[in-house]
Design a protein around this ligand. Structure first.
Ligand code: GLU
Length: 449
């Protein structure tokens, strides 16, 4: 590997030994940049990469809240404003027990390149808390969100930093967060958050956007291969927002999702999660118990595999859409033998680096990276920001058409970047390169800081 890249990666390893997810994403992105660094010696001269792996700023805050029994709790909150070269920092908030600095930083780093790929003016950021939303009442969630926003509101704004949802943060949480922001600031600045309800400036299709975008991206890959989506079987994971959107769009386009998973195991539905009743049931399950997918098997009389993951099930397309590092070497080996030609990452960093390298080596497979595939979510968030600043509401057809076009551009620009650097149809490297180049150019043009 190029000596400069190696130095930056080694520095990150040395500084972030306790943040393995962040080290992992830096290794993954930077390893694609070898030909770019060779072509652009000016980047090394100003240590552009050393700058890019260091957040512009990141802060931690205390979030104190009171439960329904009158007991007080202290959680930790974070916001990482990683890179603002392309626009206001933009990225979700994750509320999950296992969140810590390393998770926020890894997600923030990925967000820089993902947001760049959308072609829209958004920088990269991410935030979250180690608050565990499981089993909390609406009132508890509201008090938590109000406390969270009280700590954060001074540091965000429509032209500064625009948080949104991620795991554990959906429309309900965004509503409470926005209500508190408005109360504290006394202004109607709804462009400060995205993923809002439609009564106060949320965009149509935002809840579906990540899943819809992922399926649109897939259709572009299939088109490149002279293939079509009709009749394809898809193994997906999770059953949250993203997977729900995948099921819906796949159903509309004549494909079907045959697996879902949860912390308790996975379900196999050979008929597909491909009726309105089934797709809607995912929403009910998520609202009542986000920890168990078994109720789907019970309701629709399909097989449930306790404690197992769906990887290895015979299908045409594999879409890991649950969480980071869900597919390790052991699962990748099964996936390589399951008959699927397409491995379309959806969740942020769902594959460990060794497993991803292994899958990319499989001659019969095409691998697409999550930071391109799932960019439709944040892309529609940027469309929400545009609607808010215009004080307009766009129709479903307008937003959907823009999302579709955006996903085609992301795919085509990734393929083109890979081609230009002599890498063939390598969507992983191409996505990293295309995302990187725009940020790099903006940083160079804006001078040294
Ligand atoms: N959390 C989502 C993501 O990973 C959405 C971020 C946003 O809409 O700002 O991209």
């Amino acid at each position: 590997m190029n000596a400069y890249l190696e130095k930056v990666i080694n520095d990150v390893r040395a500084k972030h030994g306790t943040e393995p997810e962040f080290v992992q994403t830096v290794e993954e992105v930077l390893s694609s940049l070898e030909p770019v660094i060779a072509k652009h010696p000016e980047y090394e001269k100003v240590d552009l990469l050393g700058r890019m792996v260091e957040p512009e700023r990141m802060f931690t805050f205390r979030v104190v809240w009171c439960d329904d029994q009158g007991n007080w709790h202290t959680n930790r909150g974070w916001r990482c404003q990683f890179n603002g070269a392309l626009g206001p920092y933009k990225g979700g908030l994750r509320f999950q027990k296992n969140v810590y600095e390393g998770i926020v930083k890894f997600l923030g780093f990925e967000q820089i390149f993902k947001n760049s790929l959308t072609g829209l003016p958004i920088g990269g950021g991410k935030g979250g808390s180690d608050f565990d939303p499981a089993g909390k009442s609406d009132a508890e969630v509201m008090r938590f969100c109000q406390s969270y926003m009280t700590a954060l509101y001074r540091y965000i704004g429509p032209d500064v930093d625009v948080p949104a949802g991620d795991m554990g943060v959906g429309g309900r949480e965004i509503g409470y967060l926005y209500g508190q922001y408005r109360r504290l600031k006394g202004v109607w600045e709804n462009g400060v958050l995205t993923g809002k309800g439609q009564t106060y400036g949320g965009s149509v299709i935002r809840p579906e956007a990540t899943g819809y975008g992922a399926v649109y991206y897939l259709t572009n890959v299939l088109k490149h291969e002279g293939d079509t989506i009709e009749g394809k079987t898809i193994a997906a994971a999770g059953f949250g927002n993203v997977t729900w959107g995948i099921c819906k769009k796949a159903m509309q386009l004549g494909a079907k999702v045959i697996t879902l998973s949860g912390p308790d195991g996975y379900v196999l539905d050979p008929e597909g999660v491909a009726t309105e009743e089934k797709v809607d049931f995912l929403l009910t399950m998520r609202a009542t118990d986000p920890m168990h997918v078994k109720p789907y098997a019970d309701k629709f009389g399909v097989q449930f595999f306790p404690g197992e993951k769906p990887w290895g099930v015979k299908c045409d397309v594999v879409m890991p859409s649950a969480m980071q590092n869900d597919v390790k070497m052991e699962q990748a080996e099964k996936i390589a033998k399951c008959g699927a030609k397409y491995y379309i990452e959806v969740a942020n960093m769902p594959t460990t680096n060794d497993a991803l390298a292994f899958l990319r080596e499989q001659k019969h497979m095409i691998v697409a990276p999550s930071k391109a595939v799932n960019a439709g979510g944040v892309g529609v968030s940027a469309l929400e920001m545009a609607q808010n600043s215009e004080r307009l509401v766009w129709t479903e057809d307008e937003v959907d058409a823009q999302l579709k076009k955006m996903m085609q551009n992301i795919h085509d620009n990734s393929a083109k970047a890979a081609e230009e650097y002599g890498l063939g149809y390598d969507l992983v490297a191409g996505g990293n390169i295309a995302g990187f180049l725009k940020v790099a150019q903006a940083m160079m043009e804006q001078g040294c800081f």
